[in-house]
Design a protein around this ligand. Structure first.
Ligand code: HEM
Length: 179
């Protein structure tokens, strides 16, 4: 998992819960990196899993809710760092249906070792999109946060329903209806 996912996560934890919380979740996790991340480095996903599970334990906020909030925050990171890529779109359904064959393809060119999910488009119209998310990392709520902000970015909104295909969240169907 890319370092930018860690650095932005810890910044958000610090802003929301304070530096003590950052220190606490780092010291309680078994981190080969010892919690020292650089944006361009690559680290084990198990480090992120432990950090977020420990944050969930202390805040009593479910992991999926934390991932949703983090996904919404991460969209602003994308707006700042990948403005050119965003500018190639003028419609949220077009953008979301292009994650697999354009957006994440470009991300993989920038970071050859990025670990990205798969999004398979099952149905698409001008106002609806059904996509299946697949990833061993089960970060579907991070994706949901990014999707919410994608609609906001285009001054639009949508109803987004998540249906788990696999109980462990490694395969999830997103049913998206633009308002
Ligand atoms: C992961 C970039 C749009 C869903 C990632 C990662 C990067 C990235 C750098 C981390 C990879 C790693 O740590 O190895 C971008 C950029 C985007 C974009 C630059 C737009 C310009 C989106 C959108 C979604 C999405 C719109 C909406 C669903 C995800 C998910 C992950 C991810 C769910 C977590 C990894 C996983 O689930 O396996 N993306 N992304 N991305 N991205 Fe994107």
């Amino acid at each position: 998992m890319k370092g930018i996912i860690f650095t932005e996560f810890l910044d958000l934890v610090e802003d929301t819960f304070g530096l003590e919380m950052v220190d606490q979740i780092i010291s309680e996790s078994e981190l080969p990196s010892e919690g020292a991340y650089t944006a361009i480095g690559t680290y084990s996903f198990s480090e992120m899993l432990q950090l977020i599970q420990n944050l969930s334990k202390h805040t009593k906020i479910p992991v999926d809710d934390l991932l949703l909030t983090y996904g919404e925050h991460f969209f602003s990171v994308i707006e700042t760092n990948y403005a050119g890529l965003l500018a190639t779109y003028n419609d949220p359904i077009e953008m979301l249906s292009s994650i697999e064959n354009h957006i994440h393809v470009e991300v993989q060119k920038i970071y050859p070792d990025a670990e990205l999910p798969t999004f398979i488009v099952q149905e698409k119209t001008a106002t609806t999109l059904i996509m299946v998310y697949k990833s061993n990392r089960a970060m579907h709520h991070f994706g949901l946060g990014l999707m919410n902000k994608t609609f906001e970015h285009f001054n639009s909104s949508a109803e987004i329903i998540l249906e788990k295909i696999k109980d462990d969240g490694t395969e999830v169907k997103f049913i998206i209806t633009k308002h």
